[in-house]
Design a protein around this ligand. Sequence first.
Ligand code: NDP
Ligand code: 8X3
Length: 250
Amino acid sequence: MTKTAWITGATSGFGRAAAQRFVAGGWKVIACGRRSDRLDALREELGASNVHTCAFDLRDEAALNGAIAALPEGFRAIDLLLNNAGLALGTAPAQQASLDDWRTMIDTNVTALVTLTRALLPALIARRGGIINVSSTAARHPYPGGNVYAGSKAFVSQFSLNLRADLHGTGVRVTTLEPGMAQTEFTLVRTHGDQAASDKLYAGMQPITAQDIADTLWWIANLPPHLNVNRLEMMPTRQSFAGFQIHRDA
Ligand code: NDP
Ligand code: 8X3
């Protein structure tokens, strides 16, 4: 039977690549994001019988519930929720960061994610479906300027493990995927549109690609039902760890 994935953040990066990968593998996709022109292009590319699009801001709870209520016949039985939409804004230290940016990250990465998850849980339980939450290496590895973005991803990782505990016995699988540096529009968004800064970050280091993530998501979602990947952290080979910083007397 054809399976259906609800993918947030399908207008770009991981989400768009995942929509393409899942449709190529025979699934149907509910593709969400704010940029309706990109969703229209995705539906055109992948076929209207395979893709249902929902253009709304995930932070708008009424729009979110409206999108669920308006799901057409053929897209109502959801087998996978891919909570992928999210963003980082800024790299300034906490004492200089924008409180508005912090609130936007919390509203998107945390509040919207739990709101959509809570709304779809009954349907996912009914289907013995799955949830994949896109977190980040930032959830576990602190770095200067990570502050609220990293905190929001730590929430996602811990929420995922706790969902697993609550969903015990339902057959619903829950995974958190924690990628390191990947080249998408992520850094363009984080720098408020600085293409040169984004290009510089990824130059000469072979980052993870959106296709790498899509293939990983596909693998996780299609494991035999008796297997659950709790948490998967992945990095480019050319990214690793550095030591603690030490503040010495001058
Ligand atoms: P992109 O910026 O390319 O994609 C982000 C997606 O999120 C877009 O489709 C965007 O859609 C959507 N989105 C953002 N805010 C909202 C909102 N308020 N309502 C609805 N949709 C929204 O970045 P990535 O593909 O890299 O990011 C995907 C996820 O992966 C994020 O959660 C990110 O934190 C995480 N991640 C990224 C890494 C990286 O290095 N790239 C590494 C680790 C994790 P639209 O703007 O159309 O609304
Ligand atoms: C994105 C990875 O290192 O920029 O989540 O926080 S990082």
